[in-house]
Design a protein around this ligand. Structure first.
Ligand code: LER
Ligand code: MN
Length: 270
């Protein structure tokens, strides 16, 4: 059975496709009331959040922490795995290790999305890619060492990064090498821009698929654009996907209404 989650931020951030950091308790209560089983949290820096409070609040409202997003460290601080500056690169790796420690406390996987960097800034794309893979390997080893739930690598569209845009390219990455603690995150918003056929790519990902971000073609709640979610859900059922369907959408017309529209849609299709 696939499970419904909704992405919120617990830090103030410039990233827009996410419900804003507000009163955590109020957000958790709303999502639980609407029928969500999980909440995915965007965290800029684990040093600035109270893990225990998040764990207790989630428990109180019967919610699991579906995953931890890390991209705010790039958007708001410019930290990335592929930065040519070794100091910034190490800071990004250290940050993800802290996220893995938080993930262990919250039983949540940690997302490697934008924190890999934009790619090809001030050096060749090949060099950026090499740095990104080295950092990913180091964090995957750390996840194993501390027995954290693991990492989710997310292909992201060309307007945000040049490093791994389609799920097809994400799958290809795992043909070159495999990290036991890393799986793929498929985001339907990015796939709508990058993949030849979303359902075909999901079938190719198969057991490598560890998490889903749902957003319609316009990054609004599923059902508010023209993405064919019927074909997507059929492919997910075919590959036996039983993880999260986590809505990462613009908080429009209001965060509450976006969450309600998402849940109405998920109830209809699940
Ligand atoms: C993060 O999950 C994502 O989808 C990216 O668009 C972040 O910019
Ligand atoms: Mn995403």
């Amino acid at each position: 059975m696939m499970k419904a989650a909704f992405v919120i931020s617990v830090s103030a951030t410039a990233f827009e496709a996410i419900a804003p950091a507000g009163d955590l308790e109020k957000n958790f209560a709303l999502l639980a009331r609407l029928g969500f089983e999980g909440v995915e949290i965007g965290v800029r820096d684990p040093a600035l959040v109270e893990a225990e409070r998040i764990r207790e609040l989630a428990q109180k409202h019967g919610l699991a922490i579906a995953a931890i997003g890390t991209g705010q460290a790039l958007v708001d601080e410019g930290l990335s795995f592929s930065d040519p500056d070794p100091a910034k690169r190490s800071a990004a790796i250290a940050r993800v290790k802290k996220q893995l420690e938080l993930g262990k406390k919250l039983a949540a996987q940690v997302i490697i999305g934008l924190i890999r960097g934009r790619g090809g800034v001030g050096e060749s794309l090949e060099e950026s890619r090499r740095r990104m893979l080295a950092a990913l390997a180091e964090c995957a080893d750390y996840a194993e060492e501390i027995e954290a739930p693991g990492l989710l690598f997310e292909p992201i569209n060309r307007y945000e990064t040049r490093l791994v845009n389609s799920l097809e390219q994400g799958v290809a990455l795992f043909k070159e090498r495999r990290w036991p603690k890393v799986r793929l995150l498929a985001d339907t918003f990015h796939m709508n821009i990058e993949d030849h056929d979303i359902a075909v790519s999901l079938r190719q990902a198969g057991k490598l698929l560890g998490h889903m971000h749902l957003a319609d073609s316009n990054r609004l709640a599923p059902g508010q654009g023209h993405t064919d979610f019927g074909a997507i859900l059929a492919a997910l059922r075919e590959i036996g996907y039983s993880g999260w369907l986590s809505a990462e959408i613009m908080p429009l017309p209001t965060p509450e209404e976006a969450a309600r529209l998402t849940m109405d849609f998920l109830r209809r299709v699940l």
